[in-house]
Design a protein around this ligand. Sequence first.
Ligand SMILES: [Zn+2]
Length: 430
Amino acid sequence: MTRILIKNGAVLTSDGWKEPGFVLVDDDVLDLVQEGYPPNDLQIDQVIDAEHCAVMPGFINGHTHLSQTFMRGLAGGRALLPWLKNLIWPLQGAISPEELQLAAYLGLVENLKCGATDVIDHHKVAKSTVYTDHVCQAADEIGLRFTLARSWSDKGKNAEDPKAILEDLERLFLKWQGNSRVGIANGPLALWRCSRETLTVSHQMAQAYNSFTHFHVAETQEEVQMSLDEYGLRPVEWLKSIDVMDRDTQVVHAVWVTDDEIKWMKEANALVVHCPVSNAVLGSGIAPIAKMLSEGVLIRIGTDGPASNDNQDTLESLKTAVNLARISTKDATILPPSQALQLGVGNRVLAAGKAADLIVVDLNHPRAVPVQDIDSAIVLSSHGADVDTVIVEGKVLMQNKKVLVLDEQALLSECRTAIKGLRSRAGLSS
Ligand SMILES: [Zn+2]
């Protein structure tokens, strides 16, 4: 057992920030989380001095596509569907399992360096089971908590056979169900690409494995119109009508939802994953977060894939969420920093007996000093690059901003080489 003492920092507890405070990690759980200075007689293996730092739960990146890590920097000036059809889908079609694994390593390391301890990957490439397995293996090696929402579509271009979708989903649930950090979820691509039958059966399967369904819903006005044309119902309305709207439903985006749909998501205890940077980059719109918060809808923050965000910095997405919520309501009291921070960490605090997952955020930088309000210093003044240390399940994955689980520079070099071959095979200019 390894005992790690983190001392002299501001610690986020159930009773707010305690400064100074200290945390004692005992193997994979938090043994002590207290205000003040630690007693001298503690038996410890490692000490982390967190002076001028915040010690807090890690961020949950509620929605990304790691396969897009090799597709960043391509969204500029394109609408959602042309961007997907002309760039993203050709690259996804050409990527090899080894390249996808490299992209996953890169995206996971970026998430780690930005302080995410939990990542939900909406895994869009499912040409063969090898791809999915490669991504899960990469996540298992890096050491973050990771859920792969296995994407599928059984309508339109590249549709999969429903039977094959369900068989692979069940195979993945069974394969990873004993892993404490890596898990599987049902990840329908988008409503207009999925049949009612497969949606309902896959959702029931996810629930049977104590998991959930995670998908893009009401991201654009075009998508809402397609739902109205096909079913005569708006997306959330349709999901409610087919019993795929409950506490095991994660609605990603929810940009174009009505007051009634917000009410139904609240009644169903569904989770909304808000991706404000992606919505802005793609010109999709501004999700009515202020309304959702006032109705009590559970909300998390997602960066979305690097292709529609260009980075995996949850802190940037949090600040953007604050700014968009306020500008869309013309109300400066919406989403104060303390509430925004809780969206970022999934309403978690550090407490004895909880899993030993935490991050140390450096606030000793010119953007944050003087720190007069810790929540503001983190949400409004800091960047992902200010995260100093990440611990998951008691294991130090990064310390002093250095990734400890792999050779970061070697990874970057491999990725630079791999993208050249991928672009060529996808028919894009080099
Ligand atoms: Zn997405």
